[in-house]
Design a protein around this ligand. Sequence first.
Ligand code: NAP
Ligand code: ZN
Length: 371
Amino acid sequence: MSNLKFLMPTKITVGENCVKNNFSDLILGKRCMIVTGKTSGKKSGALDDVTDVLRTNGIEYLVYDRIGNNPTIEETAEGGAAARAFGCDFLIGIGGGSPLDACKAIAVYATNIPSENGDFKLYDIYKGVYKNKPLPMAAIPTTAGTGSETTPYSILTLHKEKTKKSFSCPDVFYRVAFLDGRYTVNLPLQIARNTAIDALSHLLEGYTNKKASPLTDYIALEGMRILGKHADILRNGNFTVDICTELLWAACIGGIVISQTGTTIVHSMGYGLTYYRDIPHGMANGFLLGEYLERVRSVAPHRISECEAAMGMSLDKFKIFLSDCLPYNGAFSKDEITEWAKTSIKARNVASCPFDVDYDTELEIYENCLL
Ligand code: NAP
Ligand code: ZN
């Protein structure tokens, strides 16, 4: 219990119609830019709820709906320029992890102008320390997975290094997050599964992490319990608004866990699959998770038993659940996984794994999971 720290500054509001019922929490300034994906804001119904609140309260707003999946650094810098041009003093992020992460980078670039010759350059966002405070933000997730609404991380595609890379800064925690199952109840089933498995991945990687604490353990097991309870629904797709709100809550507390512990190699190894093969983030994690947990079992069997008890299934059953939920017909080659391992072994979260990891370990995990 030495060096225990726990920071969670986001106010979390949960339940049906929580945006309208708590509208004053949404209004963090006088002029707002809404950052969202191309379709998710509209399809989820969240954008309509937000614009109704803003209009009723006389807040001018701009809908910036240009965020693609796995947003790039460049895309978010453009968003920062749009926020400055519009003169907004707060942001609302609506969407899956892509728009929610992009919103954090836009908040930084809106107040810190990147320039080639100035003292803040485009890639300096990765330093995590900024001269000017990022804009304040509210989050409305429309997928139940990343927990971005409660993390200080933003994961951006970095073509320069041919991977995805996160920056972290306590100033990009969202001020407030609204979790309403109405916004995820119509998610296409495969997206619901991929994102739920991302949430499980956060909970399991947080629980098995070297940086875990008694408090993160307690929260992680609660998240696993909720997701385990809804495993059959994730297989079959019979979602209700109430179940979706529970899944959003589980994903949100997964964010709280990794805010304290960080992730492990499951995440950094997954980035190769997403960057080179366009495999959705949660699915990429799911391909690697079973093998990772087997290796944890060899060094800490009791930790795996606790996860099995919380999820209500053995590790073997969990692996079947993963393969049922993640159908994939592609094939991988030895050459590509060799390249991915060269990049992923450099990630910071390698050091957080409960077992020793070197390049050969990662290559072997890729081989066992993908070839
Ligand atoms: P996503 O990339 O945000 O969205 C995936 C797809 O789902 C998009 O096509 C999106 O449409 C669609 N979608 C979202 N909500 C919808 C809704 N309610 N109805 C219909 N379609 C909807 O997926 P994600 O898995 O949530 O986020 C993944 C990103 O989060 C990755 O970049 C990953 O690295 C990052 N991540 C961040 C953290 C963190 O701590 N910050 C943790 C884990 C992962 P649109 O294109 O229209 O939006
Ligand atoms: Zn993730």
